[in-house]
Design a protein around this ligand. Structure first.
Ligand SMILES: Cc1ncc(COP(=O)(O)O)c(C=O)c1O
Length: 426
């Protein structure tokens, strides 16, 4: 579709601070409506309905380039992996493959999607704390460049499956470093289901030494939404004590702006921190997910009811909720929202979904400008782990994904239908 706006139409800037939260190039059109990459959100809703995930395609590319450029300006020895769990849509995977990124897959399903999207198997890194024999076979057979071994059992399993083929591996360790972030997205502490604890590293190296696997490097991912850059320096310090290997993967976790108050460090600062304590001659890998896709996407909803409880609060109910964005309920993620053609904050309210759970609260303390039934509400910064974690709770069909670019919108994932809900019945 092409919206009523041409690229030449002049829009006005979003209210202060929101430029950081909405996709690059978002603005208010001549009629005052929110536009994503030149597409009027009201037009998008007319064509694709709500709820819907809407992305600015160029923003995805720009973030991939900015991350690569940040490393390239400092070293030739680096590799940027897209952590595909954040948004494993084929269209996004294709974009990142085109932009020259490698990819982190955390399951056989994600591996299937990455191969299907055209990633060179050499550039695929297979993660996961409990890979099945079938997943390991799939990796070996499809020529995956590196498998990140996560446990002793897995070393045994992969050794059996790879049968002396010299499959290249990296070893994931839990370095005992805890960044300040929600405990559900903290992964570097010793008490973790992920990776080999530091105190077991020697025994793991010895086991790998007796295998037919080729250990190419070390890996650690200490958590997500990490603002504190020093932890990446400490991480490199810890890992370099283990030994010299060609590859050093310091994980993802680059923070993004979920609200206008958030000030995530730019990619340059993450690159600087990751490279600062890395040993000379080592190739440094990073694997961001949310920072490549989170702010490139928004969710659009339609308001159904506005319930005022005098002296208590105002509930604004939208036509989605925990099935299309579980993050607020899973780990208290905080978002902002706006009525797409009435920006402002006159009305404190709680934005809730339509699911049969009192906990179905998308934004606990929101402000909207005089919200009314029929309004279209945008929640920015939902580009990561929204679509990826979506479910069919209450038999809601999952939303479509729409990519916008230069005033044109294209559907890249269609909305589910009621027929899809019974498709797997036997
Ligand atoms: C091993 C690993 N790498 C990378 C990531 C990506 O994290 P983020 O999306 O915060 O960058 C994750 C997230 O769970 C992860 O577990």
């Amino acid at each position: 579709m092409s919206t009523d706006r041409t690229v030449a139409d002049r829009g006005s800037a979003l209210p202060s601070g929101l430029g950081r939260v909405y996709p690059m190039g978002s603005d208010l059109g001549p009629g005052g409506g929110l536009r994503i990459a030149g597409c009027d959100t009201r037009e998008l809703v007319r064509e694709f309905g709500t709820p819907a995930y809407v992305y600015a395609e160029d923003d995805l590319r720009a973030r991939a380039r900015a991350t690569r450029d940040a490393f390239a300006a400092r070293t030739d020895r680096f590799e940027v992996l897209y952590a595909s769990k954040a948004f494993p849509a084929t269209a996004a995977l294709r974009i990142f493959a085109e932009e020259g990124l490698s990819v982190d897959c955390a399951s056989g399903g994600e591996l299937h999607l990455a191969l299907n999207a055209g990633f060179d198997p050499e550039r695929i890194y297979l993660h996961g704390n409990n890979k099945s024999e079938a997943e390991l076979e799939q990796a070996v057979e499809s020529g995956v460049g590196h498998v990140i071994v996560d446990s002793f059992d897995e070393i045994d399993r992969l050794d059996r499956v790879a049968a002396g083929s010299g499959q290249r591996i990296m070893m994931r360790v839990t370095p005992g470093i805890e960044p300040e972030t929600h405990k559900a997205i903290r992964t570097g502490q010793e008490d973790s289901k992920f990776g080999i604890p530091m105190r077991e590293v020697e025994r793991a190296l010895e086991r790998i030494g007796r295998s037919g696997l080729e250990l190419r490097g070390l890996h650690a991912h200490i958590g997500s939404q990490v603002f504190d850059l020093d932890v990446y320096e400490s991480l490199a310090d810890v890992l370099r004590q283990i030994g010299d290997y060609p590859l050093l993967n310091l994980g993802g976790g680059f923070a993004i702006a979920y609200t206008r108050e958030d000030r995530p460090p730019p990619a340059e600062e993450y690159a600087e921190a990751m490279l600062a304590h890395a040993p000379e001659g080592v190739t440094v890998l990073c694997e961001p997910g949310r920072s490549l896709v989170g702010n490139a996407g928004i969710s659009l909803y339609t308001v159904g009811t506005v319930k005022q409880i005098p002296g208590v609060r105002t509930y604004v109910a939208v036509d989605g909720g925990m099935a299309d964005n579980i993050r607020p309920m899973l780990y208290g993620a905080v978002y902002e929202a706006d009525v797409v053609d009435r920006f402002g904050d006159s009305t404190p309210c709680r934005i809730v979904g339509k699911h049969c759970e009192s906990g179905d609260v998308l934004i606990s303390e929101a402000t909207l400008e005089d919200p009314r039934p029929g309004d279209i509400v945008a929640v920015p910064a939902t580009g990561a782990y929204g679509h990826a974690m979506a479910s069919n709770y209450n038999a809601l069909p999952r939303p479509p994904v729409v990519f916008c670019r230069d005033g044109d919108a294209r559907l890249v994932v269609r909305r589910e239908t009621y027929d899809d809900l019974t498709r797997r019945d036997v």
